[in-house]
Design a protein around this ligand. Sequence first.
Ligand SMILES: Cc1cc2nc3c(=O)[nH]c(=O)nc-3n(C[C@H](O)[C@H](O)[C@H](O)COP(=O)(O)OP(=O)(O)OC[C@H]3O[C@@H](n4cnc5c(N)ncnc54)[C@H](O)[C@@H]3O)c2cc1C
Length: 590
Amino acid sequence: MILLNPKSYAWTTLDEASRQLMLNTIWFFETKGKARLKHDDRERVWYTDFLDFVREQQAFARLMTPSGYGAPDSRWDTWRNCAFNEILGFYGLHYWYTWQVSMLGLGPIWMSDNEAVKQRTARLLQDGGIFAFGLSEKAHGADIYASDMTLTPQPGGGYLANGRKYYIGNANQAAIVSTFGKIASADPSTAMYPPEAPAMAQSPLRAGPSQPAPYVFFAVDSQHPNFELIQNVINVQSYVAEYALHDYPVGEDDILSRGAEAWDDALNTVNVCKYNLGWASIGICTHAFYEAINHAANRRLYGMAVTDFSHVRQMFVDAYARLTAMKLFAMRASDYMRSASDDDRRYLLYNPMVKMKVTSQGERVIDLLWDVIAAKGFEKSTYFEMATRDIRALPKLEGTVHVNIALIVKFMANYFFFPAAYPPVPPRTDASDDAYLFHQAPARGLGKVRFHDYSLAYASVDLPNVRLFRQQIDVFKRLLATATPNEAQQKDIDFLLAVGELFALVVYGQLILEAAPVHGVEDDFIDQIFDFLVRDFSAHALNLYSKPSATPDQMALCLEMIQRPVVDAARYSRVWEIVHVLNGLYEMNP
Ligand SMILES: Cc1cc2nc3c(=O)[nH]c(=O)nc-3n(C[C@H](O)[C@H](O)[C@H](O)COP(=O)(O)OP(=O)(O)OC[C@H]3O[C@@H](n4cnc5c(N)ncnc54)[C@H](O)[C@@H]3O)c2cc1C
């Protein structure tokens, strides 16, 4: 079983000190207990106890300081961070969120050339500091070109910052808020930027050339008197702030980056951190799964267990297959992120996929489980009740699903039609520092990124539903080649999103197949995963068929894509037996 069970998981791929950190984190939550966890969630208690634990264990300092700046065992090790991510999601999204927005805030700092701020940051992390990422503004949403936060140069040197930010996690206490804005007057050192937007290049919403924009990232102290903490915008344990800077003094030594670099650092930070959202979903679904199966398998209706209903079994099998797939995909995507270089930027496709596909699948898993446990999922004593709320957040944060699909379709032509040779990327569980993440290439040129041949993964197994899925892919590829979306369709985001969903499934299946043998996933399970992938592909094909602008040729090919998965009752029962065994395996301490 590849699912996390805090009471028996071994983390054998981690070094002893890191393994101990994971066990101590579990110990922290299990000692706190479920009743207290739920109380603090309900009463929106700021998590001082957790942050004290983080400081005592030097958790954020060890996990989020790149080699060379902090203690000897500090390194930015994505594999190790996956384990921590999953545990935090497992116990509560708010604990995960304070770690996540700290990571976002640290991105522009570790990417910066400002050595003094980097050294200070390493010390602040050791002091137990948390961090924040001040990008979003109330009026502008995803349109970060429009940022209003402004630095006005002062006659004696330095700047005064004025403006507001909205939805900024941790900004109530952050040691440094990495804040994004613009310098008011023209600055010859700033470039015309951005040369290419992340998701807008094909958008009808923003046509024409970019405007010159003197973007800047600067370090802000949330406790400074000119920093006004206006409100917590949301109604939960986390603090998601609206803040304003009023003539906030910014020296040259507070500047993290400017111009093209500041823009790239914003996008490259999000490129890395959006990956974590998938792990939060995996953690949430795993805990919810245990609660659901414990309840359903032990509840008797009409003289039988709820898990004896055929539809309940189907929902559990589907939920388990989807959750296993989520984890396999996220683990494999980590390998590519850790092996990235200027010559291998495949992670730029796989990371948004973790963000949008894994988190959307998380919603499916919770929906399935909730349909089984019904009223129980509302009870205040359950973890599940939090899961039903929190799982919804992840597809929406750090770019919505739409924004991320609009991003990945840029890779589609190269992915299908221009494969390139790469040396194999091995499983990356080594204890090394992922230094490239802070030296990524500029955020442009996405259409030039090349991928290895996806069909190699699909040819590596011979299973009925994988074969069927390959046939669906072949028809989709035929649609792209022979009934290519016309110019109007390529400008229609609604149409593009429908195409993007089909593309995403091909990539999803590929990395799942690459990961399955590494993690010892049996053929029965792989085939069960492809059972739902065949169904999902059919559903998205029907969606594309139904688009108002779909042409007769496209519609005919969409109908060809719609397939029924191969039924195998024996395989299904074997998978159900494995799922059923999860009953009673884990229950959080009261
Ligand atoms: C709890 C919470 C915590 C957050 N934490 C932070 C934080 O710490 N720091 C920070 O900077 N921000 C933070 N955010 C902001 C978050 O990243 C944004 O909410 C998110 O990027 C989406 O923006 P929006 O909700 O304003 O949607 P909008 O930008 O208003 O989008 C509206 C609609 O348009 C669609 N859309 C927009 N652009 C495109 C496009 N290019 N292509 C296709 N569709 C598009 C969207 O999918 C959406 O359906 C947080 C938000 C929340 C709710």
